[in-house]
Design a protein around this ligand. Structure first.
Ligand SMILES: Cc1cc2nc3c(=O)[nH]c(=O)nc-3n(C[C@H](O)[C@H](O)[C@H](O)COP(=O)(O)O)c2cc1C
Length: 358
């Protein structure tokens, strides 16, 4: 079924096909009676394993990566595809249009995408309005919602923390976890926030904000960092050290790459932006493996980048990821990929396996 749908969608340019898909997912989510958080046709028998990560239980390891549902348009439809968690965003304080089109390109020969969307989104207030409505409808079942936050393009880097904390304050009540996106290649200078003193200064403000919000709301929402796959070993060491020092709750590795592995002579290789999909997998596996070594067994790691089949997912869990996310794999393989990954056993990862009954 999906190969046929994909052939039709691929007749459209990549961004139009994205819009059509999101509209369809919105409708799908509005249909009555479904069991969100589990792929259709799957049932969770009593006693079957769930995963306990960041103090929360997840029905299975696979979630949706940020960027597909930037404005929380279709969370219920995505839950209905069976994701155990859906990360919405990147959202910024003010709405912004992103880069001019075209800004999303398919590279089907490599099961890859190149994008330079540039954080197009409707802003944090609209996002909070939608998530509030979503909460009132209460149709997400066990599906968790992560909110990925970023800075507006015109916010100077030295005050970037204000954008992150503004989003945290507005969106905190609706988040199961929050992700600080420091790694998009499409916002000029953003990735410099991953390094050294800039990172320490940012994390100090974020931790302070998180502590105040936890007191105010009587609930502690985990905060994670999302990092790039293009970091050198010493950069990763610094990030890992600061992650531990500031007691950040976890890390998502990785975002898209500015490199073009295996695609150097491809006509689209020269398009500016981040590459995702199959060519990214070796880089993402490497970063997840290094982070697990640096962080030890206890810090949650979400592995993302180029997971296109169960084998890739297994490899990511074996490198030490507790949970997985996909984006490009969903475009090329469809919802069957969610089902295949949802069946992966926890071994290899570091998530605590718990019984649903416990
Ligand atoms: C079109 C597109 C838009 C994206 N937008 C975001 C974003 O807004 N925030 C973010 O953190 N990651 C974004 N990503 C990165 C994905 O979340 C993911 O980290 C990356 O694509 C690697 O995973 P994949 O190979 O499974 O796609 C985007 C990716 C794509 C393809």
């Amino acid at each position: 079924m999906y190969p046929l749908l994909r052939s039709l969608l691929f007749l459209l340019d990549a961004e139009t096909s994205h819009e059509v898909t999101m509209a369809a997912l919105r409708l799908y989510g509005a249909l009555p009676a479904f069991q969100p958080g589990l792929p259709p046709g799957t049932s969770r028998a009593a006693g079957e394993a769930t995963r306990q990560v960041m103090g929360m239980s997840f029905a299975h390891p696979v979630g949706l990566a940020a960027g597909l549902d930037k404005d929380a348009r279709a969370v219920e439809g995505l839950a209905r595809l069976g994701f155990s968690f859906v990360e919405v965003g990147t959202v910024t304080p003010k709405p912004q249009p992103g880069n001019p089109r075209p800004r999303l390109f398919r590279v089907p020969e490599a099961s890859a995408l190149i994008n330079r969307m540039g954080f197009n989104n409707l802003g944090m207030v609209e996002m909070s309005r939608r998530l509030e409505a979503l909460r009132r409808r209460d149709r997400l079942g066990s599906t968790r919602v992560g909110i990925n936050v970023g800075k507006n393009k015109d916010t100077p880097l030295d005050v970037a923390s204000q954008d992150y904390t503004a989003c945290m304050k507005t969106l905190y009540p609706y988040a199961d976890y929050l992700t600080l996106n420091l790694s998009s290649p499409n916002t000029p200078g953003l990735r410099t926030l991953q390094s050294g003193d800039a990172l320490a200064a940012l994390l100090e403000r974020i931790k302070d904000c998180q502590a105040k919000l936890a007191t105010q709301h009587g609930r502690r929402v985990p905060v994670l960092l999302k990092v790039a796959p293009d970091l050198a070993g010493e950069d990763l060491e610094i990030i890992a050290r600061q992650l531990v020092a500031f007691e950040i709750d976890g890390i998502i590795a990785t975002n898209t790459t500015i490199s073009r592995p295996g695609l150097q002579s491809h006509p689209l290789a020269g398009q500016a932006g981040g590459l995702s999909g199959s060519p990214l997998l070796p880089l993402a596996l490497d970063v997840v493996g290094q982070l697990r070594q640096l962080l030890g067994p206890d810090v949650p790691v979400i592995g993302v980048g180029g997971i296109m089949n169960a084998e890739d997912g297994r490899a990511m869990l074996a490198r030490g990821a507790d949970l997985l996310q996909i984006y490009t794999g969903l475009i090329y393989r469809g919802p069957a990929l969610v089902r295949a990954l949802s069946r992966l056993p926890p071994e290899g990862g570091h998530a605590e396996k718990v019984s649903v009954d416990s």
